[in-house]
Design a protein around this ligand. Structure first.
Ligand code: FES
Length: 98
């Protein structure tokens, strides 16, 4: 379970898989995912197992997500910004082709 502390106002609106979520200023994109109550933010490339942010400090990589159209970002290391779009990453990221 993940919940806001009532004394901290949630003033930044982001979108998690298209749904609006308000988080406190300074919160990470991973915190927004947890506050949204998402079942997963990524699926593993081999088995498709669902994953959610776990360590919240850049060590486990279970928070990889597509953020503002850029895949494979560690959501726990990205501060939430107004209007940010966080989307579930399915399987391996698609390589960028120039
Ligand atoms: S939650 Fe572990 S690296 Fe982001």
């Amino acid at each position: 379970m993940f919940a806001l502390r009532p004394e901290v106002p949630a003033t930044v609106e982001v979108f998690v898989d298209g749904a609006p979520v308000r988080v406190p200023e300074g919160a990470s994109a991973a915190a927004a995912v947890l506050l949204a109550g998402a079942a997963a933010i990524r699926e593993t490339p081999i088995s498709g197992a669902p994953r959610l942010p776990y360590c919240m400090m850049g060590a486990c990589f279970d928070c990889l997500a597509e953020i503002d159209g850029v895949a494979n970002r560690q959501a726990c290391l990205v501060p939430a910004a107004p209007g940010m779009r966080i989307a579930r990453q399915r399987g391996a990221r698609v390589a960028f082709e120039a």
